[in-house]
Ligand binder design. Sequence first.
Ligand SMILES: [Zn+2]
Length: 83
Amino acid sequence: MNEIACVSGVELLMDYLEGVLAPEVSAALDAHVGGCQKCTAFVTSYRATPRIMRDATGATLPADLEASLRAFLRARTSAFRSR
Ligand SMILES: [Zn+2]
């Protein structure tokens, strides 16, 4: 079984939460996260974040700020694609 270290696994955890990892890597992370308080806390807070942001967005984000945020995200996305 693969041993996954917490710190080196943070980037891996992002991919894990995005569901883009190979099944065997994902399974190894499942096993690690299940037995690791630190990673469980990370996963829990990461999963909670988009919901919190969505709530905040719906309540307070002005339309012009949302538009510039969308433009920013679009620019970032195309930058990633061009790599
Ligand atoms: Zn861990």
